[in-house]
Design a protein around this ligand. Structure first.
Ligand code: AGP
Length: 610
């Protein structure tokens, strides 16, 4: 899940490519590189590490030209070294390639190419493509690229330039996202829109199998047989501020504080007060489709899977439809038994996660109807689903997902409302109206939960030195416990686990001692009294307890070490509020541990390889 950026036009390409890479650095930050095309042919500068390092290298060893390709890497094949940094070249150094994806038959191709005399300089799968293009005999670069890709198995979003055809960039897509940015006499290529937004809002999303050819005069798109392909120009609705820090120290903190507004944005125009229901036009589900649903299968990875677990409670409670929640990576390789009338909900912030995309394609092949719950407009999952719900949470730049999680839950509640109000055993109008009322108060409740930040900074100071933590919850709060643990793990590198609170007695309670902070997610709901018993069990073993409760739950006194109360809401909505203190706790612990909050080690924002 690397980031690629390209430019061809009249302006100096270097600053455009470097700023574009900086905007895509959340996709991978193991190494960075650029190849510029100019009178001297193709000139490359690359190194291990951050885009800032590349900026410094180019200041020392400047190169200029009006077209070029660039890359920021998340290493899959070959260690994160300067040699393995992209762009990669053929034997003659006249062809340069940047690539996002995995070439699965690279070893076989490499062995054959070496047998034919090619010299490989890196451990990467990508270098194979450069040599295949070098081998290919055809009059144009795009035809040579098509011949090369005809031999490749795997996924790619890639760009190629050659000193033999100055001013031309050839781009291809299969499995990894690629879009074109259409400017005035200049054209851009990027893995996602953040890299082109400051130059143009007109973008073209490539489909699998597309090959695009860009030059200062324009672009055209063909398939592997050189047949012309027509693709729509879409206008982006983001503004530049959305991808700026806006005075915050980190994008993660900005996005945590954006949640009152992003929850409001997910709700905007979708609540029907008079009928106590939801308007979700993008779903493309008729009343007949709704009546025919026998089962819902939710697919997702990471935080999106956690939202799916909350979604099970929501959809089973509001729509009375049985729900399964599946790790997409497991579902795609399992031979699932799919019954007729199964609706699949694919949850993905980026809309590009390979496991979720492939699991969705597998479910479709089994005859399921697909609904996408996605944040990134125009992403692959959004475009391939039969219908969907956009979160409208704006770009999420911080690698650790925060505002997307709360908006995913709100979208699932809207879906539950939409289905529940149409099902005979679903929600009554009065119940629907009550839930709509609660939803309108949710942004304010989230805003008040954010006011706990100073207390969470104190807690962070107290626990930043600990190496382990447990997060516990019951019912809808169990997925929140999982999410709290994931946030702490992924940005502060503290080992943390989430568990259903009652599961403690079956093993994990052995971990409890005075050094083990235990975070309880304990809104005052129908299982609250049971959670209090679980607190007693932990207390009895000397565990340190941080309790996230809701207003009106009463003081827990000496049962806990720390109690923080968030505003009370309907229990199905409580995860949207109770997760906020957990996001802030993880954030402030990571800052105190001097971790790179927005670029946590070994991670990337969207996982486009399996
Ligand atoms: C969450 O903080 C992580 N970034 C990761 O677990 C993420 O949720 C997962 O990769 C799924 O991403 P998606 O929602 O874009 O599909």
């Amino acid at each position: 899940m690397c980031g690629i950026v390209c430019y061809v036009g009249q302006r100096d390409a270097v600053p455009i490519l470097i700023e574009g890479l900086a905007r895509l650095e959340y996709r991978g930050y193991d190494s960075a590189g650029v190849t510029i095309q100019n009178g001297a042919g193709v000139v490359t500068r690359k190194l291990r590490g951050r885009v800032q390092g590349l900026r410094d290298l180019l200041a020392e060893q400047p190169v200029a030209g009006t077209s070029g390709i660039a890359h920021t890497r998340w290493a899959t094949h070959g260690a994160p070294t300067t040699v393995n940094a992209h762009p990669h070249h053929d034997c003659t150094d006249t062809i340069a390639v940047v690539h996002n994806g995995i070439i699965e038959n690279a070893d076989v191709l490499k062995a054959e190419l070496e047998r034919r005399g090619h010299r490989f300089r890196t451990e990467t799968d990508t270098e194979t493509i450069a040599h295949l293009i070098e081998e290919a005999k055809a009059p144009t670069l795009e035809q040579r690229v098509a011949i090369a890709l005809g031999q490749v198995e795997g996924t790619y979003g890639l760009a190629v330039i050659s000193s033999g055809e100055p001013g031309k960039i050839v781009v291809a897509r299969k499995g990894s996202p690629v879009l074109l940015g259409v400017g005035d006499g200049e054209y851009f290529v990027a893995s996602d829109a953040a890299a082109v937004l400051e130059h143009t809002r007109q973008v073209v999303y490539l489909d699998d199998g597309d090959i695009a050819v860009l030059s200062p005069d324009g672009y055209f798109i063909i398939d592997g047989e050189s047949r012309a392909q027509a693709r729509t120009v879409t206008s982006l609705d983001w503004n530049l501020e959305a991808i700026e820090l806006g005075g915050y120290a980190h994008f993660m903190l900005k996005e945590i504080h954006e949640q009152p507004e992003t929850v409001r944005a997910t709700l905007r125009g979708r609540l029907l007060f008079d009928t106590g229901s939801a308007r979700l036009q993008g779903l493309n589900l008729t009343a007949g489709d709704v009546a025919a649903i026998r089962r819902i299968v939710i697919l997702g990875c990471g935080t999106s899977w956690h939202a799916g677990l909350v979604g099970r409670h929501v959809l089973e409670s509001l729509a009375r439809i049985p729900v399964d929640v599946e790790y997409a990576s497991e579902y795609r390789y399992r031979d699932p038994l799919v019954e007729p009338g199964t609706l699949v909900v694919a949850i993905s912030q980026s809309g590009e996660t390979a496991d979720t995309l492939e699991a969705m394609r597998r479910a479709r092949a089994a005859g399921c109807r697909i609904v996408g719950l996605v944040n990134v407009v125009g992403s692959t999952i959004a475009r391939e689903a039969d219908g969907g719900i956009y979160l409208h949470a704006g770009p999420e730049i911080g690698v650790a997902s925060t505002k997307a999680f709360t908006s995913q839950i709100v979208a699932l509640v809207l879906l539950g409302l939409f289905l529940g109000r149409q099902r005979p055993d679903g929600l009554t109008e009065a119940e629907g109206r009550a839930l709509v009322e609660e939803l309108t108060r949710l942004p304010q409740a989230v805003a008040r939960a954010l006011e706990l930040e100073p207390q969470l900074q104190d807690l962070a100071r107290r626990y930043a030195g600990h190496h382990h933590a447990l997060y516990l919850g019951r019912g809808v709060s169990f997925p929140v416990a999982l999410e709290g643990a994931l946030k702490l793990k992924e940005i502060s590198y503290v080992h943390a686990e989430g568990y259903p609170a009652a599961e403690m007695k079956h093993g994990p309670i052995a971990l409890i001692d005075a050094e083990m902070p235990v975070v309880f997610v304990a809104p005052k709901d129908h299982v609250y009294s049971k959670v209090l018993s679980n607190m007693q069990e932990v207390r009895a073993r000397g565990g340190r307890i941080i309790a996230i409760t809701t207003e009106g739950a009463g003081e827990l006194g000496t049962l806990v070490d720390h109690q923080l109360s968030v505003p009370a809401t309907a229990s199905l909505l409580s995860p949207v509020v109770t997760v906020v203190p957990l996001q802030l706790l993880a954030y402030h612990i990571a800052v105190l541990r001097e971790c790179d909050v927005d670029r946590p080690r070994n991670l990337a924002k969207s996982v486009t390889v399996e």
